[in-house]
Design a protein around this ligand. Structure first.
Ligand SMILES: [Zn+2]
Length: 553
């Protein structure tokens, strides 16, 4: 009897200990477009408590790579959120052919979940995101995500008690991380407000109305993005202006970058393409933590913050630009501000922090060429024309090819059927022709993409292949080649190559040691590791492993 009582007491003690160790908040930070090596390059100008909080106090994985080929924002975020690859979670690209309508559509578009209006109607010309332009309605929801997220799993494990939020400069980054059970808010390039959709709520809570009423973004009217440090502090070889950088109608290619007046159609977009976009997101995040009282009790809450400025800056100026170095140095200060705020409100000892990125970034092909690595640009219309030409040569008609939206070429099934041909064999024949083009590294037909145990880039294409959403041929470029739509884009990600798949993965929190780990790991490991730390089951479709350096054996 005595022994039994002792055993019970010991068990009870352990259970109490476990409860005391359970973090009050999981803070998941994602930096859109942050290639992992850039952190090492800029280290000497970082402050003590930004990136260095994680680098000095946590486990840092230096060799983390995505497994999927289409290294884009929704694909990476959903992979981090679910621990699954796009072949399972279904977010195969920012844009794909939606089978129900037979049209190209945006990943999180949902006409049944209209935006909840803030102050301004849509501003003509404010939208420069080529993926969002493909959306057929302004409604947004996570309904198209086919697997539960870590945040969903936490919600379910806590019987609905956990508070779950995802916020970002971009809609898709907020929506993916909040999952189906959380609430997402994102920045509007029409108004500078943070907005949400009817999927999440009927009307904005008062704190959101109040934050938007302060018109923080508008106060940047007439101001400029200036260098944080004196010019000589930046890395050698950083040139402020290259002829192939993009000037966004007066935003300029060199410092200082003027935002223009607040009534300019591109004003709120320019703010997002600067360190101010990240600072606004943090300011909104602080208001959220205060109003929703995150991390104030023993039930673990979840907050995802996805910073969008690094990616936006990369697209216009490239990752080797002075702008890239500056936006990351300023983000480092923003992170330090975030962590010190969380320390005051929740306590960093009660907070599990994880940081990663949704994808990396390629250098601009002209820059690679300048350095002696010959590369060029393939525009979407040229690839489509090239596929149509091949169709004409092989079958006497270009009508067999329906459309191209990177990374997939889509065939017209009914025309192929009417001509008595097999869709699969047409895909194989066209892929063979496309693969001969200079600058194209691979063209993989769907039937081939889903079979066998391929290696290298072909394996990455397989991880990207969802049977209902993948197109007929997956096309990818040779290293450093650009492949996307024409338009104001200097640099692009989205390839299966190392510069696009390499991202930081870092964990810090109570009980997590300080370590640098160089073995190969994958972002699908993040969600199962968070689950193990919280002693909950991994997200239902997670394919990743628990990272033992973080969560023990
Ligand atoms: Zn991007």
């Amino acid at each position: 009897m005595k022994k039994l009582l002792l055993t019970f007491l010991a068990w009870n003690l352990l259970a109490t200990q476990a409860l005391a160790d359970t973090p009050r908040l999981v803070l998941q930070i994602t930096i859109d477009g942050l290639r992992a090596d850039l952190l090492d390059r800029y280290q000497e100008n970082f402050v003590k408590d930004g990136f260095n909080y994680l680098r000095n106090k946590g486990v840092v994985y230096t060799n983390a790579h995505y497994l999927h080929a289409n290294t884009e924002t929704i694909v990476g975020h959903t992979t981090l959120a679910t621990g699954a690859t796009p072949s399972v979670h279904g977010m195969v690209g920012n844009v794909w052919y939606h089978a129900d309508s037979g049209e190209l559509g945006y990943n999180i578009e949902d006409s049944d979940a209209p935006l909840i209006p803030t102050r301004k109607e849509k501003v003509e010309g404010a939208q420069v995101d080529p993926a969002q332009k493909r959306a057929r309605s302004s409604g947004r929801s996570p309904r198209g995500i086919l697997a539960p997220t870590f945040s969903d799993t936490l919600k379910i494990a806590t019987s609905g008690q956990a508070k779950i939020f995802g916020i970002s400069g971009k809609d898709r980054s907020a929506v993916a991380m909040a999952g189906k059970t959380g609430t997402a808010y994102w920045y509007s390039t029409d108004s500078g407000d943070f907005q949400s959709s009817s999927y999440y709520m009927k009307a904005y809570p008062q704190w959101v109305e109040e934050w938007n009423a302060r018109r923080k973004a508008e106060q940047l009217g007439g101001k400029q993005w200036k260098l944080l440090l004196s010019r000589d502090k930046y890395r050698p070889g950083r040139v402020d202006d290259r002829p192939y950088e993009v000037d966004l109608k007066g935003y300029g290619r060199s410092f200082p970058h003027p935002f223009g007046n607040a009534d300019h159609p591109l004003f709120f977009t320019r703010v997002l393409i600067s360190p101010e976009g990240d600072r606004l997101l943090l300011d909104f995040g602080k208001a959220l933590v205060n109003a929703e009282q995150l991390g104030q009790d023993d039930i673990t809450d979840y907050l995802s913050i996805s910073f969008s400025a690094v990616d936006a800056v990369n697209h216009f100026f490239g990752p080797a630009s002075l702008e890239n170095e500056d936006v990351i140095l300023q983000l480092d200060r923003t992170l330090a501000d975030l962590l010190s705020f969380i320390d005051k409100k929740v306590g960093l000892e009660h907070t599990l922090v994880v940081l990663s990125a949704d994808h990396g970034m390629a250098e601009m092909p002209e820059y690679a060429t300048e350095l002696g690595y010959q590369a060029g640009r393939w525009f979407s219309d040229e690839i489509l024309a090239s596929a149509r030409q091949a169709s004409k040569t092989l079958y006497g008609s270009d009508q067999l090819v329906k459309d191209f939206f990177r990374p997939y070429l889509y065939l017209d099934g009914s025309i192929i059927e009417n001509r008595g041909l097999s869709r699969a064999s047409v895909a194989v024949a066209l892929a063979g022709e496309l693969a001969k083009q200079p600058g194209i590294s691979g063209a993989i037909p769907a039937a081939q993409a889903s079979r066998g145990n391929p290696t290298g880039a072909a394996a990455a294409v397989k991880h990207n292949h969802h049977p209902l959403r993948a197109g007929d041929i997956y096309i990818f470029q040779q290293p450093y080649w650009f492949m996307f739509d024409r338009g104001a884009i200097a640099a692009m990600h989205g390839s299966p190559w190392g510069y696009d798949t390499h991202v930081p993965v870092m964990f810090a929190g109570k009980g997590i040691p300080s370590a640098q780990v160089d073995r190969l790991v994958h972002p699908i490991d993040v969600a199962p590791t968070l689950s193990a730390l919280l002693r909950i089951s991994p997200p239902a479709a997670a394919e990743g492993k628990v990272l033992h350096e973080v969560a023990g054996n």
